[in-house]
Design a protein around this ligand. Sequence first.
Ligand code: DXP
Ligand SMILES: NCC(=O)COP(=O)(O)O
Length: 253
Amino acid sequence: MTRLSVNVNKIAVLRNSRGGRDPDVVRAARACLDAGAHGITVHPRPDARHIRADDVRALARVTAARAVEFNIEGNPFAPPRDGYPGLLALCEETRPAQVTLVPDGDAQLTSDHGFDFARERDALIPLVAAFHALGCRVSLFADAGADIEAARASGADRIELYTGPWAEAFDSGTPETALPAFVTTARQARAAGLGVNAGHDLSQANLGALLAALGGIDEVSIGHALIGEALYDGLDTTVRRYLAITEAAAPRV
Ligand SMILES: CC(=O)[C@@H](O)[C@H](O)COP(=O)(O)O
Ligand SMILES: NCC(=O)COP(=O)(O)O
């Protein structure tokens, strides 16, 4: 069954907006885990727009204490800056179960593309090895239609399908226009021996159809929509609704 990792970036956005401690990302993560979430995801950035290095350290302690997975996302090429030690250094400190490499720049509002694996494979190979040496599973952010053979050649364990285009097509009422590329890429990844995660702009509305079409997604990491929905319905109820969607999409034995 697809595992749910809740991304708590947006709790930190709200907290940082007033410069204090609340809302507390650790308390929010605990509430999500209490509701049954399988793990927690964060995406700290050098500009500290939301999740900061100290949040990562605190969440690493919480997830380790509960023996659940911690997934840290980031651009492995981004240099240290203002309290951000760099992704590799942060993972060396916190030893997350999984690191998801994302080719984000500070100028981006949010993550909006995967790697160009043919072009970046040689640069990724030593980085993947370095994260493996820390005991991390390595997932690479990938567009539907990405060069899966080049992704596999990097030595990574999984890809994470960037599902922004899926959400956009779904919201515009034309999901069938986006789905074939996702189905093909997921199939290619599994045939290459890669696991398949998915994330970005997934929501209660668009998750079920994607999981049903792709089958066998290892993990979805969901933040923006989930936290927004929780503003109306609470974290416990909202997380349980996502879990019900992943359970409903699980293959019947
Ligand atoms: C990689 C990805 O799609 C998300 O995990 C990312 O964390 C979104 O970043 P923001 O929460 O800053 O939009
Ligand atoms: N990797 C995707 C993620 O962690 C959360 O993305 P979003 O749900 O905030 O768009």
